[in-house]
Design a protein around this ligand. Structure first.
Ligand code: ADP
Ligand code: ZN
Ligand code: ZN
Length: 723
């Protein structure tokens, strides 16, 4: 019997070989069901006739082969193998990220046929007069006059209950639809006349069609990057090809989806974590069959199968949420570049505030560099003004002159946006007698006071408890909030501007399904309004009536130990500022700070992000930090601090002799204790990526054998972003 090697969706760093019974055929990339301990698992055939280290008698036979043509193409298998190797992560977990749950469970693909609906003969014999009593039924009947409509399309416009009524009356019947490549029917909406910079960018991408080429599209906020994407896509659709658009967050998807669907008469599908398992598989199948033209998705969309993928676009490529922050810690941008290389197609990375990584790649000539230096509307970018808090009267965290300017804009019927990156009412409660502060019992952090939900909440471990009546130290009942969060600012704004509606946008106010959409609708109505929120506000939303942005507290980020803090602050300020002055008026941004002379603020406001980023990159070069050096980071956590330290020290002792590596640590993580566990890290830097990976490759199997490795919870983070 031949041997096959199977990738199983489990977190183990090893191969699993099985026997293939003689009468069964299978090809690579197909799913098989195999015995595993007492269970059965579904895996994917990774290799035929591998060089197995096991005796044939030690191997068990596969139980069943689930299909004859592969669910994972050779390219996708190459991508997953590359990812497992690059991130030094078990292939099984990489596979878990890439395969929809229903496929991992072993469901047959034929269970997921596409359903459509059509009028029956009696339905066709009806006339509009037959639906006098129900306008909803009439509307559905009228839609179906065009012919068969897929369930997903139909239910997007009509309630399921109405469909059921017509099914029950025998006027409508269901029908299985084949998934076929989509048909392009031309533009639904005319393209805009491109500016010269936009046209140059579109031409560059078009000329690269049919070959692998990464581009960085660096365009100031409002410069029309989306129009560039749209016009790069149009000719591909005319040829029946597919496009993948990756976005950092789901919050952005509805608006963007709409913009793409409005332009092209093709199926545009969304892929994100809020889809049900069935919806995910449906999207997966539509991508694979070519019946989806454009897929707009978050991170893991980069693992979708495509019939003919010919362009990948990543919008907001600098956004940290493109990197998975737990488990399989991949960076969607970097794996998407690998995907484009395997597909032999161009990839376009767009941002107003590119990551220093991409900027570095562009400077080194590895990426084409496309620039959009002006807003498409010809409008000026918003002006910054530093508000020196040392010289101002403060009211509720707002300086006199901020309040004055807010009042002025509201008086003109405009909207004002206030940015405060702390949700909740206050970062802690404090005792007025002895200064005691509410702390999380399990983390080295204060607990945030949430007034609406009446609780103290730890933003690190999620623990919540009721609000104490007394000080935990002296027993005094004089407890008061310290510092300000968005809930409190909302209350104060209502006091300062009682006649103006306030919309608050943060994780708490948008938790309910559909809440974000409703708040955005509120904001899109004209008329004076105060909009306040956390960094959610920075994320690409289009706020047409905002003319003034106030950044309530700039200083928190100015003196951080993280070498990436300046870059992130620069991005944040620029992105938040980009929300202002998108309508007819020029916008303005107020930065409230105790340190108006700070070099970073001066650079950003006088020279802009582009200039700031270039000097920040120079500094990274001089200080030998990423992206000019490669970083891999070991993290360890355990109930006992010493165990983490010892374990990391052990690694450091082994690697210290490697001349290609520089080590930093072991050191305590910035958040020293989380959910009861102490946390340590060890940084490995190297100028040579291969040397770093070689060292890790040798080390990891050895690590697995140390007894101490079972006492700490550890992880390796290649190209770590959060330190
Ligand atoms: P970005 O994504 O770069 O922030 P958008 O693509 O959202 O910018 O464009 C900002 C605004 O400019 C949009 O209202 C868009 O319709 C408009 N716009 C883009 N390109 C053009 C153009 N060539 N001519 C006129 N308006 C444009
Ligand atoms: Zn906690
Ligand atoms: Zn006290």
């Amino acid at each position: 019997m031949p041997v096959i090697r199977v990738a199983l969706p489990i977190p183990l760093r090893q191969h699993f070989d099985y026997l293939l019974p003689d009468n069964i055929q299978v090809s690579q990339g197909c799913r098989v069901r195999v015995p595993f301990g007492k269970r059965e698992l579904v895996g994917v055939v990774w290799q035929l006739a591998p060089d197995s280290p096991y005796e044939l008698t030690q191997l068990k036979p596969v139980s069943a082969v689930l299909e004859s043509s592969p669910v994972l193409s050779e390219r996708l298998r190459q991508l997953l193998s590359f990812a497992a190797e690059y991130y030094h992560h078990p292939l099984g977990e990489v596979l878990t990220a890439a395969l929809p749950a229903l496929l991992r469970e072993g469901r047959a693909l034929t269970d997921y046929q596409l359903t459509g609906y059509r009028l029956t003969a009696s339905g066709e014999a009806c006339s509009a007069a037959d639906f006098k009593r129900s306008t909803k039924q009439l509307a559905l009947w009228q839609s179906l006059q065009q012919g068969v409509i897929a369930e997903t399309v139909l239910l997007a416009e009509h309630p399921r209950s109405v469909l059921k009524q017509l099914l029950d009356k025998g006027l409508v019947a269901s029908q299985v639809l084949a998934r076929q490549p989509y048909q392009y029917q031309g533009l639904a909406q005319a393209a805009l006349q491109l500016t010269v910079d936009q046209a140059l960018a579109v031409t560059a991408v078009q000329q690269a069609q049919g070959s692998f080429r990464p581009f960085l599209l660096e365009g100031v906020t409002g410069s029309g990057k989306t129009e560039v994407y749209l016009q790069c896509i149009a000719p591909l659709l005319a040829r029946g090809e597919q496009v993948l658009l990756l976005l950092p967050e789901i919050g952005l998807t509805p608006q963007t989806l709409q913009r793409f669907a409005e332009r092209f008469k093709v199926p545009v599908l969304a892929w994100h974590s809020n889809l049900s398992d069935g919806e995910r598989l449906n999207c997966w199948l539509n991508a694979a069959s070519g019946s989806a033209a454009i897929i707009i998705g978050t991170r893991s969309a980069l693992f979708l199968p495509f019939h003919k993928l010919s362009l990948i676009i990543i919008d907001e490529e600098h956004d940290l949420s493109l990197k998975q922050q737990d488990g399989f810690r991949y960076h969607a941008r970097d794996l998407a570049i690998k995907r484009a290389a395997l597909e032999n197609c161009p990839i376009l990375l767009g941002s107003a505030t590119p990551s220093l990584e991409s900027l570095y790649n562009a400077q080194q000539g590895r990426f084409g560099h496309l620039l959009l230096q002006n807003r498409a509307s010809g409008q000026a970018l918003p002006a910054f003004e530093l508000i020196d808090l040392k010289q101002q009267q403060m009211h509720y965290g707002l300086a006199d002159s901020s309040i004055q300017q807010i009042r002025q804009q509201l008086g003109r019927g405009k909207q004002v946006m206030l940015f405060l990156n702390r949700r909740g009412f206050a970062p802690a409660l404090s005792c007025q007698e002895c200064g005691w502060l509410t702390e999380c019992k399990r983390c080295s952090a204060f607990t945030t006071y949430h007034k609406h939900s009446k609780q103290l909440l730890c933003h690190h471990c999620g623990a919540s408890r009721p609000i104490p009546k007394q000080c935990g130290n002296c027993g005094s009942s004089r407890l008061a909030p310290v510092g300000q969060g968005t809930e409190q600012l909302e209350e104060h704004l209502q006091q300062l501007f009682p006649a103006t509606p306030v919309t608050r946008l943060d994780r708490d106010s948008t938790r309910r399904k559909g809440a974000l959409g409703a708040l955005l609708d509120e904001i899109n109505q004209a008329g004076p309004r105060l909009i306040l929120g956390t960094q959610m506000l920075a994320k690409g939303h289009h706020f047409p009536f905002v003319t003034l942005v106030v950044i309530v507290d700039v200083d928190g980020a100015l003196y951080s130990a993280d070498f990436r803090a300046p870059e992130q602050l620069g991005q944040l300020l620029t992105q938040v500022a980009g929300r202002a002055g998108r309508g007819h008026d020029k916008g303005k941004v107020l930065l409230q700070t105790q340190h108006p002379e700070h070099a970073l603020l001066q650079d950003i406001i006088h020279n802009g992000y582009a200039s700031f980023a270039r000097s920040a990159l120079l500094e990274r070069q001089q200080t030998a930090l990423p992206p000019c050096q490669h970083l891999a980071l070991f993290r360890a956590e355990a109930l006992q601090s010493e165990l983490c330290q010892q374990w990391l020290q052990h690694i450091a002792d082994i690697l210290r002799s490697n001349p290609a590596l520089q080590l930093m640590g072991p050191l305590l993580s910035p958040l020293e204790r989380k959910a009861g566990k102490y946390r340590w890290q060890l940084h490995l830097y190297s100028r040579q990526r291969p040397a770093l990976h070689q060292a890790l490759h040798q080390l990891l199997p050895e690590l697995g054998r140390w007894p101490l490795s079972r006492k700490v919870k550890w992880q390796l983070d290649v190209d770590a972003l959060d330190l």
